[in-house]
Design a protein. Structure first.
Length: 590
């Protein structure tokens, strides 16, 4: 189906994109950032006061100053240090809360944006996804982004402030030693550039492999009856083992690069600190630097070295986040279903296909529908019959707007389907599928899904019309009974009647019944048929069915074969022609 055109704009970098979500909470984030900046500056007071405690008394003793004066000054310095740490602790308490609040809120914005976009993506997007892989991948990537927002971002800001401030103090202490230390910076930058891309790539591959392993779990648990019926528990366990082995292989290869990166940076940084300390000791021995300045240089070098030492892990986390955000942005950049068309059209129930051809994008060489032509008048009951794969379900997909015709036209009451907004169109269509998959809430919530906001009385009336009220009332919790994952706590007939109640509540202009009476026992079929008769009264209905009892009273029957309509007419007319339909009836394929 036609996709909406993405807006042309210059893409943000991965990190700026994440920051844009944080800025949605700038009322909390910016004050927390300012508090973080302030507490990081206060952290530099610690080596400064230590320098005062170590350096100045030593110089004073060398110069013969009274020890009592030295002790009094040391006491004042300790009190100032304790006061500074107390202020820092109080600010840190509110700063941490602010970062958690803004980070979690930003992540919620991202989650909402991704989910809102996912539900607007075309059906074709999901057909290309393996079951469970999408949800697992999104969850894993959001987990990485969360770690970055709550941990890596605050640590990066804090250590950047300490690094810059510490370098300033180091330069004040000795410009000569400062230049020797800064000589290691280009080496660190080159290492980041080289290893960063590697880590980013391995992070993406690892998340893909982990999502694949999660998919195996989801597929196996959702199909656990089949797994057990075929005795394939060991087979599934081995399949999961293979997926985990692939994940471990990619993870370990990435870990080797991260370990090499960290080891190199640690060696380069602390090797530089050791060399500068040795060189500074020589300068002190030759009288080129005083003890106080040398002590200040050593203390601030330790702080700077510790901050620099934390950057490899922070940068590695940012590289992983870049890989995760790339994948999330790929989802958000995928064009959604069209958002165009009129939304004020009320369908009367007329429907027509005019020379419709269609191929699925995943199978461009297969013509699924070939020159399909038919008309349905308002209120008519039309049956679609034919062997599996003949194109019947694809007709329903085109009616629902899941896909657009390759050629030809689908129209409702002479209005082209492309001129009607999808929300308006689907809001007036109802479908009762053969395999009803309910949501994991209550029976009430599942029926209400047909028309959110409906009253309990309206839901009860819909259930009564669907022959569902009696079995619902017999349940201990009635309408509040939880149906279990995908409705597994209910029988097939019960799920079908709930789906019919949902359709009754929606009150559609056109009803689509996709093999609605297949695979039911006779009693369930009788109750479902009664409910369907009530549902179809006064509205256009299209039925896909494999049972004669479902289609013999249809106003029109369309016989499909190999993507074409080969016969059309009433039950009696088609039997009289002695054609495909009669053969289907005789072989009980209808």
């Amino acid at each position: 189906m036609p996709l909406s055109e993405p807006k042309a704009k210059k893409p943000l970098s991965s990190h700026r994109w994440v920051l844009s979500y944080l800025m949605r909470e700038k009322a909390v984030f910016l004050p927390s950032l300012a508090a973080l900046f302030f507490t990081a500056v206060l952290s530099l007071a610690f080596p400064y006061f230590l320098k005062e405690l170590i350096g100045n008394p030593t110089d004073a003793m060398i110069k013969g100053v009274d020890p009592a004066i030295i002790l009094e000054k040391s006491n004042r310095i300790v009190l100032m240090l304790v006061g500074t740490l107390a202020v820092q602790s109080v600010i840190a308490f509110f700063r941490v809360q602010g970062f958690i609040r803004s980070g979690e809120a930003a992540l919620n914005h991202l989650r909402r944006d991704i989910f809102a976009h996912l539900v607007k993506l075309p059906i074709g997007f999901y057909h290309e996804q393996r079951s469970g892989s999408l949800s697992n991948r999104v969850s894993a990537d959001l987990g990485i982004v969360r770690d970055t927002l709550l941990n890596a971002v605050p640590q990066a800001v804090r250590h950047s402030v300490i690094l810059v401030g510490g370098l300033v103090f180091i330069f004040i202490s000795s410009w000569k030693l400062s230049f020797i230390m800064l000589a290691s910076v280009p080496v660190v930058v080159l290492a980041i550039a080289f290893f960063g891309r590697k880590v980013r790539g391995f992070s993406r591959d690892a998340q893909d492999s982990l999502a694949e392993a999660g998919t195996v779990i989801e597929e196996s648990t959702q199909s656990i009856a089949d797994v057990k019926a075929f005795g394939n528990e060991t087979f599934e366990a081995r399949r999961y083992d293979r997926a985990l082995d692939r994940f471990m292989d990619v993870t370990l290869r990435g870990a080797r690069h991260r370990a090499a990166f960290l080891s190199f940076i640690i060696f380069a940084l602390f090797g530089t600190v050791a060399f500068v300390t040795w060189f500074g000791a020589r300068m002190y021995a030759h009288g080129e630097i005083g003890w106080t300045n040398f002590a200040a240089f050593i203390l601030f070098s330790i702080f700077v070295g510790a901050s620099l030492g934390s950057f490899p892990e922070i940068i590695s986390q940012f590289q992983q986040t870049a890989g995760a955000t790339d994948r999330l942005r790929e989802i958000l950049d995928t064009p959604t279903e069209r958002a165009t068309g009129r939304s004020d059209i009320r369908l009367e129930g007329g429907l027509s296909f005019e020379g419709v051809n269609f191929r699925y994008p995943s199978r461009p060489d297969v013509l699924v529908l070939d020159d399909i032509r038919f008309d349905v008048r308002p209120g008519q009951r039309v049956a679609l019959v034919g062997p599996s794969g003949a194109g019947k379900s694809t007709v329903f997909s085109l009616i629902l707007g899941f896909h657009a015709p390759e050629h030809g036209r689908v129209s409702f009451d002479d209005a082209d389907s492309s001129d009607i907004s999808l929300a308006c169109l689907r809001g007036q269509l109802g479908i009762v599928p053969q395999e009803v998959l309910l949501f994991g809430g209550s029976i009430l919530e599942n029926i209400e899904y047909g028309r959110p906001g409906a009253s309990r009385e309206e839901i009860t009336r819909a259930a009564e019309m669907a022959n569902a009220h009696s079995f619902i009332s017999a349940l201990p919790s009635g309408y509040d009974t939880l149906v279990g994952p995908r409705g597994t706590k209910l029988s097939g007939g019960q799920r079908q009647r709930i789906a019919i109640a949902r359709a009754i509540l929606a009150n559609p202009s056109i009803l689509l019944l996709d093999e609605a009476t297949s695979a039911l026992d006779s009693e369930s079929e009788r109750q479902v048929n009664e409910a369907l008769e009530r549902l179809m009264v006064g509205r256009t209905s299209l039925v896909i069915a494999h049972r004669l009892s479902t289609v013999r009273h249809a106003d029109k029957i369309l016989v499909f074969s190999h993507g074409k309509i080969v016969e059309s007419g009433s039950h009696e007319e088609l039997l009289a022609r002695d054609g495909t339909y009669k053969l289907l009836v005789e072989t009980q394929l209808v």
